[in-house]
Write a protein that binds this ligand. Sequence first.
Ligand SMILES: NC(=O)c1ccc[n+]([C@@H]2O[C@H](COP(=O)([O-])OP(=O)(O)OC[C@H]3O[C@@H](n4cnc5c(N)ncnc54)[C@H](O)[C@@H]3O)[C@@H](O)[C@H]2O)c1
Ligand SMILES: Cc1cc2c(cc1C)N(C[C@H](O)[C@H](O)[C@H](O)COP(=O)(O)O)c1[nH]c(=O)[nH]c(=O)c1N2
Length: 174
Amino acid sequence: MNSVPTFSQPVNLVSDVSQQGFRDAMAKMGAAVNIITTDGPAGRAGFAATAVCSVTDSPATLLICLNRTASVFNAVMENGVVCVNVLTSAHENLSSLFGGKTPVDERFAAAEWQEGVTGAPMLADAMVSFDCRIIESQDVGTHRVLFCAVQQIREQEADAALVYYKRAYHHLGA
Ligand SMILES: NC(=O)c1ccc[n+]([C@@H]2O[C@H](COP(=O)([O-])OP(=O)(O)OC[C@H]3O[C@@H](n4cnc5c(N)ncnc54)[C@H](O)[C@@H]3O)[C@@H](O)[C@H]2O)c1
Ligand SMILES: Cc1cc2c(cc1C)N(C[C@H](O)[C@H](O)[C@H](O)COP(=O)(O)O)c1[nH]c(=O)[nH]c(=O)c1N2
């Protein structure tokens, strides 16, 4: 079951750039690290993600690129809600747990969570959390691009952000 509308129109994927060449180039694009969570009828799940960006502020909308082979995929699509938890420098180990092959209960046991308005788990000490409803999606290659309407934002004070750059974690603003 899939509660989010998905556009099936194929996207032109022709490119002469190799997969490895693209990854090597992308490794030079530093990015904030997020833990994206969901909960609902399909259960609780979460994964680490750098492919997150702002789409528009009117209405407040984010996009997330989710690999369709990820263990969280069905839960995210069936629940139709996600919370984007932006990590601080204190969350390096948590990111590794949510980015690896760790069982879901072990991932969530490593931190404190609260419930956002959508029911998705909010990381208690995140830099900022965006609680969202998924309104549209589009498949592109291996990934599904999720367009997410922001329902609630919670911000907190934190010294430093967690950034992923050149295949390693870095602390920004420490
Ligand atoms: N967008 C993503 O899906 C994404 C992003 C970052 C990391 N990852 C996962 O973490 C692993 C380790 O990443 P790494 O940065 O240490 O080394 P890497 O060489 O595998 O990836 C380098 C960069 O390429 C991009 N990338 C990697 N896999 C991708 C994918 N399947 N689709 C689109 N972009 C992708 C990301 O920007 C990544 O930081 C990756 O192999 C992947 O499984 C996935
Ligand atoms: C730093 C970093 C950044 C990302 C990821 C990993 C790491 C370590 N992963 C991979 C994602 O977290 C991973 O596929 C799942 O958590 C593990 O897969 P399983 O749950 O075991 O299937 C990932 N996956 C994805 O679909 N979109 C993304 O933007 C990212 N970004």
